[in-house]
Design a protein around this ligand. Structure first.
Ligand code: SF4
Ligand code: SF4
Length: 472
């Protein structure tokens, strides 16, 4: 529970005009903050959602839909899977539409509800507030105790508490690093690496250790600096939001002039207790208005509501509202920018759906193999070495055969046997030679050849390619 009245010196405020941030001095030195957790309605909802999201973040790369992980970002193969749908390297257009739609969704969300993502769903907030900070609190005690101990000498009490906390942090960070890496490689491959000796997978071992180190550094030390300094989204919020956006705000009309004491006279409802500042994970004072550092975590709402209950005033001195509402002007959800964003989202969704519907079940590609463009065989025929790449984009396994239909005198020699088995979402490359008599070129140095790929489900796909031969 946030305690009531604290002196201003007990909280992180900008101590000098040269200070860069409440957590960063003019000399660039970090000012460590000790935010007091606030219990309340918003905290309860955020905690439930936070744990649900943690379960989801862990489950997404493990749970399989249509035989593939729910989310897999296989950068090496340029294949990106989302909930049973896989974007292949040939789906650049689809991927682009999907990316723009995602971006538009984020922009719309910000225009309507500010940084709601940051405060409620961002992994940075969720893991820090519901995993790392609670562990710290259990081991090292409440904020004022931690602050006093941190300022004191390294005695046995401080050493064992810090050592225990860091040991637990290391274990959790290693686990999170594995979850993070599993988004970029299959879980099966990850298990294989994990169960094998590090000497067999030095590269992966170093990558995992580096990722775990970064996770540990972020959640143990860097913390709010990630939101206030590093994250580019924070810097864009002023252009993404407007006076109609619903954000966490202090009602200055009701709160000011702020002041302490029982004889309130002309004073507003703010009793200047600093509970909202002490609870802020980025160390800011919401009463100074909208600030880039505010991650919309709602902790100041809970802290202030608690104070309002205690002083017998209505809740909501800090609440979700818009700048316009604070000025007595009704807020509009539908306004030019949100209408444009919704229109764009609808258009993108339509284009995406049409493009998906027109997507072929099998992606077939034929190209020239490396080496000489053609070879003249002793019997006078011309051989071109080709490489077929066939991808099964359906959820069912299939098999296929390739035959050449044009020119009729052409002969296809596949390296390996036909038909070729192809699992769901699987891709195979086939080396082949196409041999044609010199007469097929009709005196030219090129001739078009056509192949037919016959799949076991009855689908036939035609693909053409230009064969090269000697010029006359
Ligand atoms: S806004 Fe609320 S929590 Fe903050 S100082 Fe005023 S009364 Fe205290
Ligand atoms: S000002 Fe309030 S909502 Fe914003 S980060 Fe601080 S506590 Fe969270």
């Amino acid at each position: 529970m946030a305690s009531q009245f604290v002196p201003a010196s007990e909280v992180n405020v900008l101590e000098s005009p040269e200070d860069v941030l409440t957590t960063l001095g003019a000399d660039g030195k970090r000012k460590w903050i000790y935010p007091t957790p606030s219990r309340g309605n918003y905290e309860k909802r955020r905690r439930i959602l936070g744990w649900a999201l943690i379960a989801l973040f862990v489950a997404l790369p493990i749970v399989h839909i249509n035989g593939r992980p729910a989310v897999l970002l296989d950068v090496a193969s340029r294949e990106f899977t989302f909930f049973g749908f896989t974007f292949f390297p040939t789906d650049t257009f689809l991927l682009m539409i999907f990316g723009i739609a995602l971006l538009t969704g984020i922009v719309l969300l910000t225009a309507l509800w500010g940084r709601v993502w940051c405060g409620w769903a961002c992994p940075q907030t969720v893991y820090l507030e519901f995993v790392y900070r609670p562990i710290e609190r259990v081991i090292e005690g409440k904020e004022h105790v931690r602050k006093r101990r941190d300022a004191g000498p390294w005695n046995l009490d401080k050493i064992w508490r810090k050592a225990l906390k860091m040991s637990i942090y290391v274990v959790i960070s290693v686990a999170l690093a594995h979850v993070f890496v599993s988004y970029f490689t299959s879980w099966g491959r990850l298990i294989h690496w994990m169960t094998g000796p590090p000497t067999e997978h030095w590269g992966v071992f170093v990558l995992m250790a580096g990722t775990a180190g970064l996770v540990l550094f972020n959640f143990a030390f860097f913390r709010e600096q990630m939101c206030t300094i590093t994250c580019p989204y924070a810097r864009m919020q002023s252009v993404l939001m407007d006076e109609d956006s619903t954000i966490v705000s202090y009602d200055f009309n009701r709160g000011e002039p702020r002041g302490r004491g029982k004889e309130r006279g002309e004073l507003g409802d703010c009793v200047d207790c600093f509970a909202c500042v002490r609870t802020c994970p980025t160390g800011i004072d919401i009463r100074d208005g909208l600030q880039m550092e505010c991650v919309a975590c709602t902790q100041c709402i809970d802290a202030c509501d608690d104070i309002m209950d205690k002083v017998g005033k209505p809740r909501g001195l800090i609440r979700y509202t818009s700048e316009n509402e604070l000025e007595g002007i009704p807020s509009r959800k539908a306004r030019p920018r949100t209408i444009v964003y919704v229109g764009l989202l609808l258009a993108l969704s339509t284009i995406f759906t049409i493009a998906i519907a027109g997507r072929q079940a099998y992606d077939v590609n034929v190209g020239r193999a490396t080496g000489a463009p053609f070879t003249e065989l002793p019997d006078g025929t011309i051989a071109n070495r080709l490489r077929f790449r066939v991808r099964n984009q359906t959820p069912e396994a299939t098999s296929f055969s390739i035959s050449v239909v044009e020119p009729t005198s052409a002969e296809l020699r596949i390296v390996g046997t036909q038909p070729v088995e192809l699992g769901s979402d699987q891709m195979k490359r086939l080396e082949s030679w196409v041999v044609v008599p010199k007469t097929a070129f009709g005196g030219a140095s090129q001739v078009t050849t056509t192949f037919i790929l016959s799949f076991s489900d009855g689908v036939e796909q035609k693909v053409s390619f230009t064969l090269l031969g000697p010029s006359r």
